[in-house]
Structure formats: C-alpha cells, structure tokens
Write a protein that binds this ligand. Structure first.
Ligand code: NAD
Length: 469
C-alpha cells in the first residue's frame, strides 16, 4: 500500500494498493487477450469509444483539476487549464482512429504491392509525476486509437489521475483489459519493460531511467519511445518585444514549479539589454505568489515530493558554491498549515557560466540561470552547450535571424517569439539526452503502428530474371 499525500500540507489523501510484481504476468496476459478483440475492431468503433471518453472526461474536468492539484501540488489555475484541454486532445485522436491505413505501391505491372499499418499489440506506458494527467492521456489515447491496448504505470507518488482515467474508460464501456493502470515504483516499471510480451515501450521520465530502460529493452529488442528531460535556453536579443519575452521567460521556467521537461531554465540575454531586463525579471520573481495550490490566487505551488524539493535545494546550494550570484528569490508561504509543504523559493541566478552545474544539469525545479552574450554566434554556442536537446526559445524581431537560429539550435522543439506551446497536431520530441521518438502528430501514428508490406504476383509464374537455383 502506498500513502498518497498532498505536497502542500503533507496531509494523507488516499492509500493506493501496490500492484504485486507477481501479478505482472496476469496483467500482461489479460492485455494480450483484450488486444485480440480491440485490435480487430473497426477504427470507427474505437473512434466512437474515444469520443465517449472525451465527453466523460469533459464532465469530470473540475474533479480532475482538483485531484491533480491535490496530488501534484500544482497551482489549481494550471491543473484547471490542463484538465480543460485534454478532452479536445482525446477527440483529436478519436478522429484519427478510422483514418489509419497503408498505401498501394506501384512497383511494376507484375505486382500488386500494398502496405498495412498494424498495431504493435501491448504497449507499456511509464510516466513521471510532474504532469500525470496529461501524460496518462498522451500514452493511453493514441495507443487505443491505433488499435493497441495499454498497461500504464504512473509514478508511485501521483497515480490518482491515471486511476481516474481507467475508471472513466470503464464507465464508457471500453472493454476490460484494454486499459490497465498498475501502481508501484521503479521495480514495477522495470518488470514491465523486461516482460517478454511487451510489444512497445513509451516512456517519459528522467534520462538515466531512459538509459536503463533502453538497456533492458534491448534484451528482447523491444522498441522504445523516450521523452526525457531538458536544459532548454530562452535567448533574448535586444531587438525583441521585451514585454512578451519577459512573460514567456517567467512562465517558461516557473510554471509547474519548474517541474516541466521543457522548462526554459537557461536565460541567454544580450548584453545591451541585460541590466534592464534582469532588473525587471528579478522584481517580478520577488513578487511571485507561492502557496496553497488549491488557492486560485497561487501562482507557484510546492514540489511534488520532499525528494525533489531536496534535490532542488541542493542544486541551489551548488549554484552558490560554484560562484553564481542569487539575484532574486520569492518568499515562501507563512501559513501554519503549509509549514510541512515541499516548497522551494523560485530563484534567479546571475553570472552563470557554462561550467556550472546550474547551466548543464536539469534542476526540475523553479531555478533560472542567467548568462549574458554579445553576438548571435555566441548565443548559439551557449544554447548548444548542453547534452540535452529538448526545446529552445528565441526572441528577436529579425525575421532572418529566427530562421537561422531554428536551423542552428540543436533541439527538437524551437519556439520563435513564443514559448511552451504544444498541440496534438505537432510532433514533440528531443535530441541527445532528451530522448527519441514522438508521441504527437502524424509521427505518433507511425510510431504506434508497424508497417507490413504485401506482394502479390499479377502474372502467372515467377518474373523474368528471377534467380532460380
Ligand atoms: P523517473 O525516470 O525517475 O520516473 C519516471 C517513471 O519511471 C516513474 O513511473 C518511475 O516509477 C519509473 N521508473 C523508475 N525506474 C524505472 C526503471 N528502472 N524501469 C522502468 N521504470 C522505471 O522520472 P521522474 O523523476 O518521475 O520525472 C522527472 C523526469 O521526467 C525529468 O527528467 C523530466 O525532464 C522528465 N520528463 C520528460 C518529459 C518529456 O516529455 N520529455 C516530460 C515530463 C518529464
């Protein structure tokens, strides 16, 4: 049994039974059996189920937003926005379910050649604790739309929204075994990854876990899709719309308490405007409202776990020890009931150089590292001085420069004069330690299905020139 606590107060929300490791074989067999009928359904029927699921989730928006704020500690204004967006996302995938098919290939008049797009079968989804509802939807729904079934393992600390989606699937009549949520920690995830009947692994999480998963999956040559962390730069040039850039820099790094894979955790600012920009930025950070996530006025909640809080505090100490300057920190809440919460003050560091850990390592907390540059070349060099490659933001009014930088920056998602916008239609994925594979857009359909090619001879006998023994 795992106790699930509110990160803001330490109050117990619920006890969730752990799925015993010995049950994994039964879970996988149930999934395999469910796949036999789910995978054979016409796409239009799967589509109908998913449209019903979208309606069900729509009706539960408020409940989900509150549950997610309680379980993750994220500000309710954010979880409400997330929960409101997801039914639309489910409908996007529902729309695809009956539009997935192969092609005919006009090889020659001698053959009729066509391809089939087939589901993999049993997908294992493993997700982290930072955005559990969105990630559960992004694993479950595309898998179902493409004819796969799924066994989903949310993070030990934040299983509640995934369990709620499982319940919603049951409520709309999605057959038993098509969506199974198992609960537990890393060892449960490892058992699912290593299971011989796992057909595809879709993982979101920490890059070291991703490496361990890739190594284990190699034993069965199970394909994996990996969405990992980042150390994304926001580059602000002196010709940018500084007001908009300021908003995006603040939201880009501090929303979700910085626990966002594409947090814009490095601000690269051009020398000529650095003093002015940083002064206003620090002023804004000092005024951020950190507090009870269920209070609609709260802008920044606590970390999800005490472990993550301690990691962020260690990173802040490392920044100080390595010679960076703390330019600003927000105040922490003073209410007695929040005294046990996992709060960390949003922090801005100046004088950050590429050798410092706050420049190179993912904090996954509300910490912004500010580094100055003078030329475009220098900005690109600093942006690319990372092993990650998830995202980057560029702020400038020079329309040629934006496209030059889009080409030159080593990252899977580039936002030009905007930041942190995602859409189901647009593939999102990383370079380098940020992972490989995509779970949105048409690319996801390709990755969640296999291609089978079928050749038929149109003329009797083997073709001329066929190598005979
Ligand atoms: P984590 O890797 O520790 O855990 C993620 C999930 O993997 C959890 O469910 C965990 O129980 C499971 N797990 C742990 N060890 C495992 C193993 N050996 N085999 C199989 N499963 C295992 O990550 P976290 O700390 O929960 O999440 C934070 C990380 O997630 C950050 O690095 C963040 O950048 C990344 N992330 C990436 C994206 C993206 O889309 N690129 C999005 C959100 C978070």
């Amino acid at each position: 049994m795992t106790n699930i606590y509110k990160p803001a107060t330490g109050e117990l929300i619920r006890e969730v039974p752990d799925t015993p490791l010995e049950e994994i074989d039964a879970v996988m067999e149930k999934a395999r059996n469910a796949y036999k009928s789910w995978g054979a359904l016409p796409g239009s029927v799967r589509s109908d189920f998913l449209f019903k699921l979208a309606d069900e989730l729509d009706a539960r928006t408020e409940e989900i937003a509150r549950l997610e704020a309680q379980n993750t500690g994220k500000a309710i204004r954010e979880t409400t926005a997330e929960a409101s967006r997801m039914p639309r996302s489910v409908r996007y995938w529902a729309g695809w379910a009956d539009k997935i098919y192969g092609t005919t290939v006009p090889v020659s008049p001698d053959f009729h050649v066509y391809t089939l797009r087939e589901p993999f079968g049993v997908v294992v989804g493993i997700i982290p604790w930072n955005v559990p509802y969105i990630f559960a939807i992004r694993k479950i729904v595309p898998a179902l739309a493409t004819g796969n079934v799924i066994v989903l393992k949310p993070a030990l600390e934040t299983p509640l929204s995934a369990l709620m989606i499982e319940e919603a699937c049951r409520a709309v009549g999605i057959p038993d075994g098509v969506v199974q949520v198992v609960t537990g920690g890393g060892e449960l995830g490892a058992a699912l990854v290593a299971h011989p009947t796992t057909d595809l692994i879709c993982f979101t999480g920490f890059h070291e876990t991703g490496k361990a998963i890739a190594r284990s999956a190699a034993d069965n040559l199970t394909p994996t899709i990996q969405e990992l962390g980042g150390k994304s730069p926001q580059i602000v040039f002196d010709d940018a719309d500084l007001e908009e850039a300021m908003e995006a820099v603040l939201v880009g790094v501090f929303s979700g308490t910085g626990q966002m894979c594409f947090a814009g955790s490095r601000l690269l600012i051009q020398d000529s405007i650095a003093d002015r920009f940083v002064e206003e930025l620090t002023d804004r950070v000092k005024r951020l409202r950190v507090g009870d996530p269920e209070d609609p006025d709260t802008q920044i909640g606590p970390h999800v776990t005490s472990t993550q809080r301690d990691k962020t505090l260690r990173m802040i100490e490392a920044g100080k020890n390595e010679g960076a300057t703390v330019l600003a920190q927000s105040s922490l809440p003073t209410q007695e009931e929040l005294a046990g919460g996992f709060f960390v003050p949003p922090t801005v560091f100046g004088d950050v150089t590429p050798d410092m850990s706050i420049f190179t390592d993912e904090v996954f907390g509300p910490v912004l590292a500010v580094t100055r540059f003078s030329t475009e070349e220098e900005a690109v060099e600093l942006a690319n001085k990372t092993e990650f490659g998830l995202a980057a933001g560029v702020w400038t009014s020079d329309s040629s420069r934006v496209h030059r930088l889009a080409n030159e920056i080593h990252a899977g998602m580039i936002w030009l004069n905007t930041y942190r916008i995602v859409h189901d239609m647009v593939p999102a994925g990383g370079y380098g330690l940020s992972g490989y594979g995509y779970e949105a857009g048409q690319e996801a359909l390709t990755q969640l299905t296999r291609n089978k090619s079928v050749w038929t001879a149109l003329k009797p006998g083997l073709p001329a020139g066929y190598p005979r023994l």
